[in-house]
Design a protein around this ligand. Structure first.
Ligand code: HPA
Length: 248
């Protein structure tokens, strides 16, 4: 079987890649347990891709209950070395309104109580991985280059703030995050990025802005219907972008 060129982790609103062909399903067990969903492998516009639904294919796993270690270990187990994380987010600062695609270059972790490292059990080696640049620089550049080829508009940079969820944030929490320097807010960016680094996987985030974060933009109440509709409409060029990144 040929090599996996790219693994894609889909977030809220992205539960499958409809354009994936010759799909095979793999139920992978890892030393950390089972991933959120079967891994679907197949060809996307000619490129060999693996896809995993982070919240499960029926969105049954909340952000704080996701087995991030199992998800990444399962992708590594089937031979993936590069991971494109699709993260549905709220936009905080001006450049990140609904339906924008962004490739953040920094993050701040506000999550708590999640298993955030491989160094959990006695006897595991203690790792102090460098995390100054939380996303793999080369893969970020490749994603931005792929966007130029396919014509997708992707904002280069921004700081992703990872919150605990599953509730959305208060206006005061978002105001604090803005003061901290966050541009985007989502619930699943961590510990995923840190674990990817510990596992030696190249990892990049493509954030899909679904709504203005609390108290930002028009200040309207955030509904799941709005979130899903915006993710849908922002995802139109996704198959071409993913395939081009896989090719590069
Ligand atoms: N906050 C946190 N996570 C999110 C949001 C939000 O406003 N929108 C989509 N995911």
């Amino acid at each position: 079987m040929s090599e996996i060129a790219l693994a894609v982790i889909g977030g809220t609103g992205v539960y499958r890649l409809a354009a994936l062909e010759d799909v095979q399903s793999r139920e992978v067990q890892t030393r950390f347990g089972a991933p959120s969903s079967p891994i679907r492998t197949g060809r996307l516009l000619g490129q060999r891709i693996a896809f995993l639904a982070r919240h499960g294919e029926g969105h049954s796993v909340p952000p704080h209950r996701i087995n991030y270690r199992a998800n990444l270990a399962a992708l590594k187990e089937i031979g993936a070395r590069r991971v494109l994380a699709l993260n549905t987010v709220g936009g905080i600062t001006e450049r990140f309104g609904p339906r924008v695609l962004a490739c953040p270059d920094q993050l701040i972790d506000y999550t708590w109580g999640r298993i955030s490292t491989l160094c959990e059990d006695p006897g595991e080696p203690v790792l102090h991985v460098d995390f100054g640049e939380p996303y793999t620089q080369l893969l970020r550049h490749k994603l931005l280059a792929a966007a130029r080829v396919t014509g997708a508009v992707v904002v280069d940079g921004g700081c992703y703030g990872a919150t605990q969820g599953p509730r959305l944030e208060t206006k005061a929490e978002i105001a604090r995050m803005r003061r901290d320097g966050c541009d985007l807010v989502g619930m699943t960016g961590m510990p995923e990025a840190g674990l990817a680094r510990e596992l030696g996987l190249d990892y990049v985030c493509l954030a899909i802005v679904a709504n203005w974060a609390a108290g930002c933009g028009d200040g309207e109440e955030i509904t799941m219907a709005e979130v899903l509709a915006n993710v849908d409409s922002a995802s139109t060029g996704l198959p071409e972008l993913v395939a081009e990144l896989a090719r590069g």
